[in-house]
Design a protein around this ligand. Structure first.
Ligand code: FAD
Length: 300
């Protein structure tokens, strides 16, 4: 029920527009690195100093105007330059809808090409984040096109989809992030029960660790992390073949602890004015995150 409420709120375009005007509010400042690139670079530098690399996301949703998609592209290109100039240990995560997938497929593909090409000159990786089911296949199609020219691009496998195992096998030679899946999907396409999703998540991670190129294990679930730690030990999987990932601001002790233990760790660092939909999805995943809201509001 609560999950549905927050997923519903995340798609509310009026609230999304209003949120942009008022800056980071409602506790979002704990989980969003900043509204501009300067603040974000500072956060990345701090994480890098703890031995943590970053994947940087310029937040943005509901892009239906070409001018907005171009603005997002320019901002991402600027982020790539700043990461390079500041010699930071970071790469980019992006969403195809922010770059025009809902406007025109070729327009979106060309925007992505420009980004991937620039990053490729700096040997920087670009991750195509995965969104809801309606954007899944077009996002894979874009990846297919890009990988004909570039090798610095990869994507995400969402374990709640029935098709996830097939996609994983098809894309095993890519650097892949494996997640449970953040959107509300129907039983026609996705597992609905938490236990089924968790079981598939672990199965896919293990398969990719044994057969794939590089695995980003993206979860805040300590039970999954512990199982994977035992699995990599048992199968002597070298640390260079995988990393753990978590979102900025969540379970910081666990993030710092894994990095200290010597695991490769990468924090997903979202930034920008368009924080609303991202923040609502985090509340949908874990209503306990409302505590963040309460503490921030009370501290005002
Ligand atoms: P959950 O299933 O939410 O929680 C499992 C258990 O872990 C909880 O019961 C609790 O015991 C513990 N736990 C979880 N969170 C906390 C916390 N904050 N504090 C204390 N204990 C906690 N989804 C997509 O659909 N597409 C993407 O491209 C995508 N990219 C992502 C990138 C990263 C780096 C991460 C971390 C997630 C991404 N997601 C993405 C979201 C993902 O699909 C899940 O919705 C999200 O990670 C919640 O699932 P979980 O595995 O973290 O744990």
């Amino acid at each position: 029920m609560i999950k549905d409420l927050f997923i519903g709120l995340s798609k509310n375009q009026l609230l999304n527009q209003a949120a942009k005007k008022y800056g980071l509010r409602l506790g979002a400042q704990s989980v969003v690195a900043g509204t501009n690139l300067e603040e974000t670079m500072k956060s990345i530098k701090e994480l890098n100093s703890l031995g943590i690399s970053c994947t940087v996301d310029n937040l943005g949703e509901f892009v239906f105007e070409r001018s907005e998609a171009i603005k997002a592209k320019e901002q991402i290109l600027k982020a790539i330059d700043m990461i390079h100039t500041n010699q930071l240990d970071a790469h980019i995560s992006l969403k195809a809808t922010q770059l025009g997938l809902d406007i025109d497929y070729d327009f979106c593909l060309n925007n992505l090409k420009e980004i991937v090409e620039k990053a490729s000159n700096y040997h920087m990786f670009i991750n195509i984040d995965m969104e809801d089911q309606s954007h899944l296949q077009p996002s894979f199609d874009i990846l297919d096109e890009l990988s004909k020219e570039f090798d610095n691009v990869g994507t995400v496998i969402q374990a709640y989809f029935y098709r996830a195992e097939e996609d994983l096998q098809k894309y095993k030679n890519f650097r892949l992030r494996i997640v449970k899946g953040a959107y509300k999907e129907s039983g026609e396409h996705a597992f609905q029960e938490k236990q089924e999703i968790d079981a598939n998540f672990i199965k896919l991670i293990k398969w990719h660790l044994l057969n794939g190129k590089f695995t980003s294990i993206a979860t805040h679930d300590h039970r999954v992390i512990n199982q994977i730690k035992s699995f990599v030990k048992e199968h002597k999987i070298p640390k260079e073949k995988f990393e753990f990932q978590m979102l900025y601001g969540f379970r910081k002790e666990l993030q710092f602890g894994l990095a200290k233990e010597g695991y490769n760790f990468c924090t997903y660092v979202p930034f920008g004015e368009d924080w609303y939909g991202y923040f609502m999805r985090r509340l949908a995943e874990r209503p306990q995150n409302l505590k963040l809201v309460a503490s921030q509001v009370l501290n005002k």
